[in-house]
Write a protein that binds this ligand. Structure first.
Ligand code: DC
Length: 225
């Protein structure tokens, strides 16, 4: 069983993806964390964001591992745990820039396809899962919410993590990332024609989870009959 969850930043993909994977006993793959790991490596090396050759070399040489249970997933870069370091806005924006490079996408998509096929099934969250990584996924969700609602959630999470942020700046960053992720030439964020669209603007996590689980259970019983 492959479950694809796509959508813009802050729509709740990773929270819901982890909950679904845990409930269904499936693997969980946070594909954004892989782009973030490459971005982190680039920032650490001090590479020029325009130096595509060096960025592609870094992506192909980076050993990215994801391990642990869905709710406590750890991301390793060349054996080093970088789970906390990749959650900054700087790494997120750099990941969004790096993800426009086709060769970087090819390297990571191949890895995601290999990882997703291990085990009994996998929940993957990202931007191109239902359109490119697993176009034949059993279920495709597209989670969306108004930019203001997503910025509010992200802002509150960042405040809890003790980061020095403002709501206005968070909204500006969300809009910038949306624009880049939706307009890039290679595999832009878009709704797969067979995806189930869920707008999370007015729903809480438990409500969205119940809705998604109902759809998955319905699909599972269809597969079984
Ligand atoms: O989901 P996230 O915020 O951790 O993702 C960081 C960036 O990585 C996002 O702005 C675009 C890119 N990304 C992508 O292009 N394709 C994916 N499947 C996942 C993320």
């Amino acid at each position: 069983m492959i479950i694809a969850i796509d959508g813009p930043s802050g729509a709740g993909k990773s929270t819901l993806g982890k909950m679904l994977a845990k409930k269904l006993g499936l693997l969980y793959l946070d594909t954004g964390a892989m782009y973030r790991a490459v971005a982190f490596a680039i920032l650490e090396k001090g590479l020029d964001i325009k130096d595509h050759e060096a960025i592609i070399k870094t992506a192909s040489e980076s050993e990215i591992e994801l391990s642990g249970e869905p709710e406590s997933l750890h991301i390793f870069l060349n054996g080093r745990d970088i789970s906390g370091e990749i959650r900054t806005n700087e790494v997120g924006q750099t990941a969004s820039i790096v993800s426009t490079i086709s060769e970087v996408r090819r390297i990571l998509v191949k890895r995601q396809q290999e990882l997703g096929q291990r085990g009994a099934g996998c929940v993957l969250d990202g931007r191109d899962i239902g359109t490119v990584v697993f176009p034949n996924a059993d279920i495709k969700f597209y989670l969306d919410a108004k930019a203001e609602a997503r910025a509010r959630r992200r802002y509150e999470e960042d405040l809890q993590r003790g980061l020095d942020v403002t709501y206005e700046k968070t909204l500006e960053e969300i809009n910038l990332r949306d624009k880049r992720d939706k307009t890039r030439a290679d595999s832009p964020l878009s709704v797969a024609s067979d995806a189930i669209l869920v707008d999370t603007s007015e729903l809480n996590t438990a409500e969205v989870f119940a809705k998604m689980l109902e759809i998955v259970e319905g699909k599972k019983s269809l597969i079984a009959t």
